[in-house]
Design a protein around this ligand. Structure first.
Ligand code: CO
Length: 211
């Protein structure tokens, strides 16, 4: 059996197992989804949002990209954010990075990853530049990369707060709460590193006053 055939076979086995456990399961979920959480995570295959948080289908709305970035020109991310916040009315937006992130490590090198990846990694280099003094003082390269993972998560949460989508929801509905987390590949534990409640102070330069 080919690996792709195995996926489809495993899917059938999973579906019948779920149905045997709870006959109304798929019918219920097909009608509506009311997730409370939006997850912005890394595409890394070792960080599956639902598995590591024990959430079920229907509970968590997910967007993943390399190094869990919130890029202001990324129409994909912004569409997911707008839909989750404005329409699904999620209570929490979580940016979850992970230690040992390949994207973050790649951004710390001078290697030419060619056009598209260079463009994406530049966003992480920009975070490094903001915290260069602190990061350059860390001599162990693995520790330095792990600290950049934490700082990157914080910066991406700040990027969320700079969007009119979040600012409007904060002003009109006092939600969502924003969270910056880092997942440990070595122990499976999530460490919260940053949080912003609805209405939190942000740099006035980025505040919209006519929402
Ligand atoms: Co990663």
């Amino acid at each position: 059996m080919s690996p792709i055939e195995k996926l489809l076979l495993e899917n059938k086995a999973w579906a019948s197992e779920v149905k045997a456990d709870d006959p109304g399961y798929f019918e219920r979920l097909a009608h509506i989804q009311t997730p409370q959480f939006l997850w912005i995570g890394c595409s890394d295959s070792r960080v599956p949002a639902d598995k590591i948080t024990g959430t079920q289908p229907g509970e968590i709305f997910v967007h993943r990209n390399i190094a869990n970035m919130v890029v202001h020109t990324d129409v994909n991310l912004l569409s997911v954010l707008d839909y989750a916040v404005t329409h699904l009315k999620v209570q929490h937006v979580i940016v979850c990075g992970h230690y040992g992130c390949g994207g973050v490590k790649a951004s710390m090198t001078n290697h030419d990853y060619k056009y598209v990846l260079n463009m994406w990694l530049r966003n992480i280099k920009d975070v490094y530049r903001l915290y260069a003094d602190e990061l350059n003082a860390i001599t162990d390269m693995e520790n330095r990369a792990d600290r950049l993972v934490e700082l990157n998560v914080k910066e991406q949460v700040l990027h969320l707060a700079k969007t009119s989508i979040i600012q409007r929801a904060w002003k009109k509905e006092q939600r969502p709460q924003l969270h910056g987390w880092v997942y440990g590949l070595k122990d499976g534990i999530i460490k919260p590193v940053f949080q912003m409640d609805a209405g939190a102070q942000i740099d006035p330069l980025y505040q919209y006053d006519d929402l």
